[in-house]
Design a protein around this ligand. Sequence first.
Ligand code: UDP
Ligand code: MG
Length: 314
Amino acid sequence: MSPRKSKLRVDLVIPVYNEQGVVEQTYEDVRKVIDALPYKFTIYYVDDGSEDGTVESLNALARRDKRVVVLELSRNFGHQAALTAGLDAAQGDFVISMDADGQHPPSLIPQMIDLFLQGYDVVQAQRVEAGGTSFKRLTSAAFYRIINAISGTQMVPGAADFRGLSRQAVDALKSMPEYHRFLRGMVSAMGYKSVILPYHETGRVGGRSKYSLGKMVRLAMDAIFSFSLVPLYIGMSAGVIFLCLAALEMVYVYSFWLKGDTVSLAPGWSSLMFVILIASGVILIVLGFIGVYIGYIFQQVKQRPVYHLKKRAE
Ligand code: UDP
Ligand code: MG
């Protein structure tokens, strides 16, 4: 090992929510891996408002191991917020985020660090075969298909929040102050030199998934509404469709006039139909315009930086 390498500071950021029965074992698994590596490690456990004895277990780890730092949040803010808290606290040159439940194999850590040393800023682990339920697998596949179809930011299917970020990438991520955070998308959006590292997901060491259906839906909504304006354009497209229907109706009614067969038309039908179609079309188009303006305002209030500086030469 070169002396330069051994100065490398590597941080692990691990969000934890009600994982009392699990943290002890996953810590041991992580410890075995990092003890064999010549770098300076710090493990940031972020307790996301656990209601069981998780904090006590984490504090016990911190007393035993100097490298462990426990960050306690005031309540349950959710996985993405907990990750953000950990990334904000991390000081290392390379910061790896992973789950506390053992589904993200620590055996990947040395490989991630090697890729970082080869010059990659973002080392993204990709789940090649989900260990979760088939419901989760199906909804995840559908989600990535939709988000990649309607968003300008391409996201890697099966990319969990298991990734390593260089100091520069962490700082870039920290400069995105948006409230609704979908870190996978934000990491894709910020760019930098990335590499994908496939892995086989293992089952949970214990406990149940802390991602309830509600939390999954909220995460998907954060992703869709933060990374796509397509839903806003739906109103406008619907408006155009209604106007086309109005035009078709006009032609249809006119054809009866041409044939001199106006008696077959129910009285009042043509005018009523026409007014309904035109009015709906106009209302929807105007709604669509308003939607576009809201979209622009929305993007502005997010105050995302317009660019991230990669290098400066003087
Ligand atoms: N987690 C968290 N806050 C939450 C939900 C989950 O910090 O509100 C943590 C959880 O303890 C775990 C990681 O985020 O370390 C991933 O959650 P989980 O394993 O439940 O998700 P799944 O793997 O089922 O998608
Ligand atoms: Mg899990």
